[in-house]
Design a protein around this ligand. Structure first.
Ligand code: SAH
Length: 372
């Protein structure tokens, strides 16, 4: 008998975590434990061809080739920084692209992963915001960034893993893409996936309070919050989302996030901008604010981009700021800027956004007005 031509779209197995894939196999009348076998092939062997999955029967391999696929974002461009940082532009459907960055250090390798094409939040100091927003990434497009990077880097070379940490600090607000994010986080954590410990997978948010609360119940990962100001008026200016979820509410959500979890802290990111949020007075207000939350403070020197009205704080001001918060009892590090020569530093990821908002046009017009 001839096979009827296949008309339905294939299921991308990268969109499914272990529970999702088990039910998918059940719905096909297959045994659910097939999910474990396939996941191991995908993530431990980085195998995307079903005919190579030799512990599955030939019939099943054929069936999978018919109705499923393992498709990850394709690499459009790779850039290597002098400091070892690598940035990839990864192509997605609809002419969009996102950026993913690998940052090697002595004792760890961190992959910075995107969650949306562009970003809807419009933080005034972030260049991703100037590009507007197109859409959420699918689970497969989120975890596919990790799998693609693992393949390109030769993840398990000589028994040593290259990607030891994943941070959701690329383009987009991860908690505004909650439903696709959680299965991707599950796959980062799951031993059948990348097997990363909870403290090695970080979700960074601009402060979406309901998302923080939902995340705590969904999956065990570390939380980072982009704070950038110790008081509401200034924070609302920098992170407009603060109008909806002001600092007091945000701090309560952070306390609740780590409560009952031993040795867990929230990382607060604070981008230092000259004469905006880098006064000694801000540092003292920050000490008061963060005393009540088990936390670490990550000070990020502002990375300029075309058209921005902000400047980076001087190293004297950064050092002074750090001294004050540390004297106040906070644990504070200054983030070393990496990959600057390839525009891979914080807030510099731009990708290719087919903007659905008017924001990218407004930004272009501002730039043109400035240059004339
Ligand atoms: N939307 C999430 C994930 C993005 S993480 C969030 O806001 O946390 C990217 C981090 O870099 C955030 O802390 C962001 O505030 C910071 N950032 C953005 N633009 C920057 C810039 N130009 N210079 C330095 N840090 C920046």
């Amino acid at each position: 008998m001839e096979h009827a031509p296949h008309t339905e779209a294939r299921t991308n197995l990268l969109d499914l975590d272990e529970p999702g894939m088990s039910s998918w196999f059940s719905s096909m009348g297959e045994r659910p434990f097939r999910a474990r076998q396939v996941l191991k092939w995908m993530f431990h062997h980085q195998e995307t061809r079903f005919d190579k999955m030799t512990d599955l029967g030939l019939d099943l391999r054929d069936r999978l080739s018919d109705c499923a696929e393992i498709t990850m974002p394709e690499v459009l461009r790779e850039q290597q920084s002098d400091d070892g940082t690598v940035k990839w532009l990864l192509g997605l459907s609809g002419g969009n692209a996102v950026e993913t960055v690998f940052i090697p250090e002595k004792t760890r390798g961190t992959l910075c992963v995107s969650s949306q094409v562009g970003c809807a939040l419009n933080c005034t100091f972030c260049s991703t915001g100037t590009q507007g927003f197109n859409r959420n990434l699918s689970t497969g497009e989120i975890i596919g960034q990790v799998l693609q990077a693992a393949r390109l880097l030769g993840h398990e070379r000589n028994g040593k893993r290259r990607i030891t940490n994943v941070v959701m600090m690329g383009m987009g607000e991860p908690l505004l893409n909650f439903d696709a994010l959680v299965p991707a986080l599950n796959l980062m954590r799951d031993d059948l996936g990348f097997g990363l410990a909870a403290k090695r997978v970080t979700v960074s948010t601009a402060g979406l309070v309901p998302g923080i609360r939902k995340l705590r119940d969904a999956v065990d990962v570390a939380l980072a919050v982009s704070l950038h100001a110790p008081v509401d008026e200034l924070r609302t200016e920098l992170v407009p989302l603060n109008r909806k979820y002001p600092i007091a509410e945000l701090m309560q959500a952070c306390r609740d996030y780590v409560s009952g979890k031993k040795k867990r802290t929230v990382t607060f990111e604070y981008t230092l901008m000259h004469e905006v949020n880098d006064h000694p007075g801000h540092a003292r207000q920050l000490v008061k604010l963060l005393r009540s939350v088990p936390s670490k403070l990550n000070l990020i020197p502002f990375n300029p981009f075309p058209g921005t009205r902000y400047r980076c704080s001087s190293s004297e001001r950064i050092n002074r700021f750090q001294e004050i918060v540390m004297a106040g009892g906070l644990i504070a590090t200054v983030r070393k800027t990496r990959g600057e020569d390839i525009d891979a530093a914080c807030g510099q990821l731009v990708g290719k956004v087919r903007d659905r908002t008017r924001r990218s046009r407004a930004h272009r017009e501002r730039l043109e007005a400035q240059s004339t």
